[in-house]
Design a protein around this ligand. Structure first.
Ligand code: NAD
Length: 357
C-alpha cells in the first residue's frame, strides 16, 4: 500500500549528497564546484586531528581551521568563529563532526550566508535540516532559515567507524526518534512517511551488525543512510511530544542530548501509540510486536541503550518540574498532553521501567 494522502504540501531543499567509503576526499572538488577557494574547516576539540587532516587533504583550498565547536552552539563560540572567518577571508565552511560541529557551521552560515559542506561523523542528522539551535546566557533558541541548510553533505562510512559503541547506539536512537515522530506529524506527507520508514528500516537492519563489528563499512554506511533519511524528515515536518521532552530535559537539567533521546523514545512512542496506533504501525512491522513503544523498548534493550533517566543524572525530585515545563506551553501532539500523564511517563523513563501503554 502506498502512503498517498489526498491532500498534502511538501518542501524539499536543494542539497547535494554523496555517499561512499572515502567520500571525504571529495571535499576539494566540492569546494571548487561551489565556486569557492578558501575553506574554513570546523570541528570539536576532540576531533581536531581529523580537522587538521582535512585541511592537509585540501591543501591550498584551506583558509584555516577552527576546532572549538561545542554542544548546543554557544553564541560566544560562534562570535569567535565568525571573527576568525572574517580575518582569514574564508569563503566557505567544511564542518567535520557530529551535531555540535554542524551546529557551529550553521550558526556561521546564518550570520554570513557562506556555503557549507558537512561531513557527518554521528547519526544526529542536523546536516539535513534548515534548523539551528543556539544558546546564549544558558537559554536555547531555535531558528529555521534556508541560509542554515548546508549545500553539500558527504557521508563517509570510514569516518564513523571511530564513533564509540555507546555513542553509536544513542546517536542511532536519536536519529530514529526523528523518524518515529515524523510518522504522526501533523504536516506529514507521503514522501516524509516513506523516508521515515526507510530510515527506521535501515537502523533496524544495520545497527546490530555495527555492534557486532564496529568496523563493518557496509553496515556503517547503511546506518549513515538511515541518519540522512531521518535527518531529512526532521527538516521537513514538525516534531511533537518526544522532542519537547528531550528539549526540556536537555535545556533545564543539562541531560546529554543523544542519551536522553535514547531513553525517552520508547516512552513517548508508547504514549502516542494510544492515539495513533495505525500511523505507528510501520514501527511494529519493522521492529516486531503490536505496540510501537514496546517494540522500540525491546530494540533499545537489545542494542544496550541506556534505559533510565536516573542513570543520566536526573534527580527524582526534578520530575515534577520537568512535567510542568513540558506541558505549560501548548503544542500539537496526537495524544493530548496533560501533566499527570506526562509525570507518569517521566517516572517510568526515570526508573527505566517498561513504557506505560
Ligand atoms: P556531538 O556533535 O556533540 O558529538 C559528541 C562527541 O563525540 C564530541 O566530542 C565529538 O567530537 C565526538 N565525536 C563525534 N563523532 C565522532 C566519531 N566518529 N568518532 C569519535 N568521536 C566522535 O553530538 P551529536 O549527538 O552528534 O550532536 C548533538 C548536538 O546536535 C546537540 O547540540 C543537538 O541539539 C544538535 N542537533 C541539531 C539538529 C538540528 O537539526 N538543528 C539535529 C540533531 C542534533
Amino acid at each position: 500500500m502506498s502512503y498517498f494522502q489526498p491532500e498534502f504540501q511538501a518542501t524539499t531543499a536543494a542539497v547535494r549528497v554523496a555517499f561512499g567509503a572515502g567520500a571525504r576526499h571529495r571535499v576539494a572538488d566540492e569546494i571548487r564546484a561551489l565556486g569557492c577557494s578558501r575553506a574554513m574547516v570546523l570541528s570539536t576539540p576532540p576531533q581536531s586531528d581529523t580537522a587538521m587532516a582535512f585541511a592537509e587533504d585540501i591543501g591550498p583550498l584551506a583558509a584555516g581551521v577552527f576546532t572549538r565547536a561545542a554542544m548546543h552552539t554557544p553564541v560566544e563560540v560562534t562570535d569567535e568563529a565568525v571573527r576568525h572567518v572574517a580575518e582569514t577571508g574564508a569563503d566557505c565552511l567544511v564542518a567535520v563532526g557530529g551535531g555540535s560541529t554542524t551546529g557551529l557551521g550553521k550558526a556561521i552560515a546564518y550570520r554570513t550566508d557562506l556555503p557549507q559542506i558537512v561531513v557527518p561523523t554521528t547519526y544526529a542528522g542536523s546536516e539535513a535540516t534548515p534548523i539551528l539551535g543556539q544558546t546564549e546566557a544558558g537559554r536555547k533558541t531555535t531558528v529555521s532559515d534556508p541560509k542554515v541548510q548546508p549545500e553539500v553533505i558527504l557521508y563517509d562510512a570510514e569516518l564513523v567507524r571511530s564513533l564509540p559503541v555507546a555513542m553509536t547506539v544513542t546517536s542511532a536512537l536519536n536519529a530514529m526518534a526523528h523518524a518515529a515522530e515524523a510518522l504522526y506529524a501533523q504536516n506529514r506527507n507521503p514522501v516524509s512517511t516513506a523516508l521515515a520508514i526507510e530510515g527506521l528500516q535501515a537502523f533496524h537492519d544495520a545497527l546490530p551488525r555495527v555492534l557486532t563489528d564496529p568496523g563493518d563499512l557496509q553496515a556503517r554506511g547503511e546506518t549513515l543512510y538511515g541518519a540522512w533519511l531521518c535527518g531529512t524528515v526532521l527538516g521537513q515536518v514538525g516534531m511533537a511530544l518526544h522532542h519537547k521532552l528531550c528539549h526540556t530535559l536537555g535545556g533545564s537539567f543539562g541531560l546529554p542530548h543523544a542519551e536522553t533521546h535514547a531513553v525517552v523514545l520508547p516512552h513517548a512512542t508508547a504514549f502516542n501509540a494510544r492515539a495513533v496506533p495505525d500511523l505507528l504501525r510501520p514501527v511494529c512491522d519493522i521492529y516486531g510486536g503490536d505496540n510501537a513503544g514496546l517494540a522500540l523498548h525491546r530494540f533499545a534493550r537489545k542494542v544496550g541503550a541506556p534505559l533510565a533517566l536516573r542513570d543520566l543524572g536526573l534527580a527524582e525530585a526534578d520530575l515534577d518540574v520537568a512535567a510542568r515545563q513540558a506541558t505549560e506551553n501548548p503544542y500539537w501532539n496526537p495524544q493530548p498532553v496533560e501533566r499527570d500523564a506526562i509525570r507518569a511517563l517521566l517516572q517510568a523513563a526515570w526508573a527505566g521501567e517498561t513504557p506505560v501503554h
